[in-house]
Design a protein around this ligand. Structure first.
Ligand SMILES: C[S@@+](CC[C@H](N)C(=O)[O-])C[C@H]1O[C@@H](n2cnc3c(N)ncnc32)[C@H](O)[C@@H]1O
Length: 224
């Protein structure tokens, strides 16, 4: 768990003062963020009573001045209470929903997101809504690869990301992140797995999957 959380903490911009740890569960991210010198206030929030009780217990044990608050996403958090929102440990669909539900609150805010599933739609949504990828990392923990992204508000009209960037991340691609090859290999393996069990009547789907596999192999060659 340490590697992923450390990557998230390292992405908190040095100028940040107020953090909200959305979907905090045990509050480990919020607690670690609180220990940064430049952080003046942290709110740990979660939709679930039991999760929040666990966070409260940890905060109390460490004797920290962190508020723990029940909230569905950012619904109970005021715009003035944070300059960086961290939304980690959820699927990208749930993260997108949280951002969508509180979009006006997030104007001019920085957002750190982390998930281990497909980010295509989340990246597309963020791109369309004026957020720019400032940092993007992959981290492997317990054999799972997590993506961690720091989004900042765009101060210009953001270029539309290309398909390749939506799938694999603009910075991960331009920086040729070490784990990117493994991500692409995993994707190829997934496609092979589906092809193996797909009945012959799904001919069109088979064609699409084969061309996806060829594309992924080309991408790997291009990056190496
Ligand atoms: C796997 S934990 C993530 C903990 C921590 N953020 C991390 O990355 O290690 C997922 C947490 O998300 C919370 N959650 C799910 N949907 C939520 C929502 N809409 N708003 C707030 N919390 C939510 C769950 O209650 C659970 O505690």
């Amino acid at each position: 768990m340490k590697k992923r959380i450390n990557t998230i903490i390292n992405m908190i911009p040095p100028g940040a003062k107020k953090i909200v740890d959305v979907a905090c569960d045990h509050g480990l991210i919020g607690i670690q963020a609180y220990n940064l010198d430049h952080i003046k206030a942290v709110i740990c929030s979660d939709i679930n009573d039991n999760a929040l009780a666990a966070a409260k217990g940890n905060v109390k044990r460490e004797n920290l001045d962190i508020e723990c608050r029940i909230s569905d996403g950012l619904k109970e958090i005021d715009k003035k209470e944070f300059d960086v929102a961290i939304i980690a440990g959820l699927g990208s669909k749930a993260i997108t929903q949280i951002v969508k539900d509180s979009l006006p609150k997030l104007t001019n805010k920085k957002i750190i997101i982390s998930t281990n599933d497909n980010l295509y739609k989340l990246r597309k949504f963020m791109n369309k809504n004026g957020f720019v990828v400032e940092q993007e990392k992959l981290v492997k923990e317990n054999n799972v690869i997590y993506t961690v992204i720091l989004y900042i508000p765009a101060d210009f009209i953001e270029e539309e990301l290309r398909e390749e960037q939506l799938y694999f991340g603009p910075k991960l691609l331009s920086e040729k992140h070490d784990l990117l090859f493994e991500v692409i290999d995993n994707e190829i393996e997934k496609v092979d797995g589906i092809l193996k069990i797909l009945p012959p009547k799904y001919f069109i789907k088979q064609l699409r999957l084969r061309s996806r596999k060829a594309y992924l192999k080309r991408l790997k060659r291009k990056l190496s």
